[in-house]
Design a protein around this ligand. Structure first.
Ligand SMILES: Cc1ncc(COP(=O)(O)O)c(C=O)c1O
Length: 361
């Protein structure tokens, strides 16, 4: 149960990125055959890129240090400066990638609302414009699946296919931000290739639920990936003997996917337990994968103090404004950690209920 953060044993629900490399990963890293990947000499990186491309039914792959870089490279290669990229309004690309779309890719981002991450194909069709003297051309739609700030919601396969059909019809590219696409696989039974067939290009992360210490893979047509390699270099993402990291990524592809159902069960158990706590607001049925937002009847004013109280009890989670307190389950939390979180929330949520005379929000 738990792991060490700053020398202290904690139950760490802040993100699925906090996992430590497994013994098999460390072993593979130590033994990795490597070369200079900028010269395309690293056999372990190539093995990872090829395996990932085959898994998702794409021609080629490119190892990138992070999901953020994968998405940014995708924007740079799909869209020219001044062109428009459609993004879901709570998407990671729009909100949490440090404005790279504007600052680095020089594209306009236009946000669209959604039903828990599921964009309406008609909204997308209406938003796409061919470009003329006055309007920017719409170059790209980004679809996030599973959707982080919609509590790990899965965009169902049929919905993803419908979006791809629309973008094809209007001549716009579709990039799947599949940082947690393996969670979507675990939740639905769909395969990586099923999701791969719903997008022109895909980013997925090895360093989230799959447990690798570093890395993501960008996938797409061979000629497109060749251009992406140039954009990655421009961003400083051309790495040298990076097979030591790719080796952990290969182990993550073996070990990670079968373990995700357990993470989802832990998130569900947490959701069910919190739903019983007076003053808590959670949507148990909406907890489809490994992310749970806990809100309270008092609202956002209570989230900071509750997170502090949790930390004092050895439970780490993050307050994300009005979205609530985010708990993410992963390989390094178990049923004991879920129990510890629940025990703390049973104390803290009622203690931070609406003050006398305060209106519930
Ligand atoms: C949906 C989504 N996309 C992209 C990223 C970016 O990944 P990274 O932190 O590796 O840059 C994240 C990170 O949490 C994410 O949740």
């Amino acid at each position: 149960m738990g792991h060490l953060v700053a020398g202290r044993e904690v139950s760490d629900f802040r993100s699925d990125t906090v996992t430590r490399p497994s013994p098999a990963m460390r072993e593979a890293m130590a033994r990795a055959e490597v070369g200079d990947d900028v010269f395309e000499d690293d056999p372990t990186v190539q093995a990872l890129e090829d395996r990932a491309a085959r898994l998702f039914g794409k021609e080629a792959g490119l190892f990138v240090p992070s999901g953020t870089m994968g998405n940014l490279v995708a924007l740079m290669v799909h869209a020219r400066a001044g062109e428009e990229v459609l993004v879901e309004e709570r998407s990671h690309t729009y909100n949490n990638e440090a404005g790279g779309a504007a600052a680095v890719a020089h594209v306009l981002t236009r946000t669209l609302p959604s039903a828990r991450g599921r964009l309406d194909p008609d909204d997308v069709r209406r938003a796409c414009r061919p470009g003329n003297l006055h309007n920017p051309r719409t170059a790209l739609l980004v679809v996030e699946n599973t959707h982080n700030f919609w509590g790990g919601a899965v965009v169902p396969l049929e919905a993803a296919r419908a979006l791809f059909a629309v973008t094809r019809e209007v001549g716009v590219a579709l990039h799947l931000d599949g940082a947690r696409i393996f969670n979507a696989c675990a939740a639905t039974g769909a395969t990586p290739a099923d999701w791969g067939a719903t997008a022109d290009t895909v980013t997925f992360c090895l360093s989230k639920g799959l447990g690798a210490p570093v890395g993501s893979v960008l996938l797409g047509p061979r000629a497109w990936i060749a251009r992406a390699r140039g954009a990655r270099k421009m961003l400083g993402g051309g790495l040298r003997q990076v097979g030591v990291l790719a080796a952990a990524g290969l182990v993550a592809l073996d070990e990670g996917p079968p373990a995700l159902a357990r993470d989802h069960a832990h998130a569900r158990a947490l959701a069910r337990g919190v739903a019983e706590v007076p003053g808590a607001v959670v949507d148990v049925d909406a907890c489809e994968t490994n992310i749970l937002f806990v809100r309270t009847r008092r609202g956002a004013a209570s989230y900071g103090p509750i997170v502090e109280g949790l930390a004092a009890r050895g439970v780490l989670a993050v307050a994300l404004g009005a979205l609530g307190i985010r708990f993410v389950t992963h390989r390094d939390v178990d049923a004991g950690d879920v129990e510890r979180a629940l025990a703390a929330l049973r104390e803290l949520i009622p203690a931070h209920g609406p003050a006398h005379g305060e209106v519930d929000r």
